[in-house]
Design a protein around this ligand. Structure first.
Ligand code: FAD
Length: 331
């Protein structure tokens, strides 16, 4: 649909996610996209959004991918170390989407690979471009490293990043001698893990660190994907018991490939319920697995909406047919 004309609805353009949630009487819908691979045009990304726009998502998240180190073979059997960023351009793409569709875009800001100065400059750029929302994350370590190693002059954990963004809200920049300091008023989301973050020693310390991010100024939490809603409900109950009062947005990932039944637990440190895993294992093709995954996600989504979650956030990974089927069924 390259020539489709959109009537940009500026009602939401400058809105903060927290205000959209507060002003909404029912569960809203949002989804998450990845920037295109380096060298690819934005067309595919726009096609993905075009396919989902009719379901009136209230906002769109855009992931950020840090530089990676690759070792490439050169002459004489030697290896050359190369720094590559596979999916550059989050700031520009976030602004382009927000301006094209009139929907707030939430770019992810990660600690890994960025100095505090680079982060500050990125936030200034985002503010100039009319972006009012960010998701503050630590990011994962490089695949070549065993653990997350902070950038020299960067942050070690997401709570420090939240603090930096909150300082900018108050007009406090890194350079104390800066004159005429504008306040950059961002709404801040952070990540939460119903099944515990992979590196956390136990759920109790993980919860303490989550509370630290909220106490630092985060406005809401978005969860890691989960396939058993009870894990989300228990997590919300534990958050409330710990004194966390901000909205907790469930993240849903429709399983799309047969091998994800083993890959997702490994990558994200989550469980897949046996009832679901055994259905996926019976599938002979990825198409069959995707249908089973979509139906599971629909059941999850229906139940979450019935329990009045503030927003249903779908991790699309650029796949739209399953997200469309879910949205058509539940919205
Ligand atoms: P933190 O909150 O810093 O937590 C990381 C670990 O350290 C946890 O085990 C926690 O318990 C512990 N911890 C937290 N604070 C402290 C502290 N002050 N001292 C000691 N320990 C502490 N990654 C990307 O690279 N790009 C993305 O776009 C991206 N988007 C995501 C979106 C969502 C909704 C989610 C859930 C994750 C996303 N991730 C992304 C992955 C995320 O970056 C990783 O899960 C990362 O390992 C942790 O990020 P965090 O912000 O939760 O880190």
């Amino acid at each position: 649909m390259p020539n489709q004309v959109y009537r940009v609805n500026f009602q939401y353009f400058f809105m903060k996610i927290i205000d959209i949630i507060r002003n909404s009487k029912k569960t809203i819908f949002s989804f998450e996209l990845l920037p295109p691979l380096k060298g690819q045009k934005a067309d595919k990304l726009y096609e993905t959004i075009d396919e989902l726009i009719e379901f009136q998502p209230k906002y769109i998240n855009l992931t950020t991918h840090r530089d990676e180190i690759e070792y490439r073979p050169v002459e004489n059997g030697l290896l050359e170390k190369k720094t590559v960023r596979k999916r550059p351009g989050t700031v520009a793409i976030a602004a382009a989407i927000q301006h094209k569709y009139g929907i707030p875009v939430v770019p992810h800001i990660v600690c890994g690979g960025f100095t505090r100065d680079e982060t500050e400059n990125m936030l200034i750029d985002l503010n100039f471009l009319g972006i009012k929302n960010v998701l503050a994350l630590r990011g994962d370590g490089l695949s070549s490293e065993k653990h997350f190693v902070p950038e020299k002059g960067g942050h070690s954990h997401a709570n420090e990043l939240v603090e930096q963004i909150v300082h900018l809200r108050e007009g406090k920049y890194l350079d104390p001698e800066l004159k005429n300091k504008a306040e950059l008023d961002f709404c801040i989301g952070v990540a939460g893990y119903p099944e515990k973050h992979a590196e956390a020693s136990n759920p109790v310390t993980d919860m303490q660190y989550l509370k630290q991010k909220v106490d630092a100024g985060a406005d809401y939490i978005v969860t890691q994907m989960f396939f058993d809603n009870q894990k989300y409900y228990d997590f919300v109950a534990r958050c409330r018991a710990a004194g966390i009062t901000v909205p907790i947005i469930p993240g849903i990932k429709p399983l799309a490939l047969m091998n994800q039944v083993t890959m997702l637990p490994k990558i994200f440190s989550i469980d897949i319920p046996e009832e679901f895993a055994s259905e996926v294992r019976k599938c002979k093709t990825n198409e069959e697995a995707r249908q089973v995954g979509t139906e599971w996600a629909i059941t999850q989504a229906r139940d979450l909406i019935a329990n009045n979650v503030p927003c249903l956030h779908i991790y699309t990974y650029g796949i739209t047919d399953n997200t469309r089927q879910i949205a058509r069924t539940i919205l």
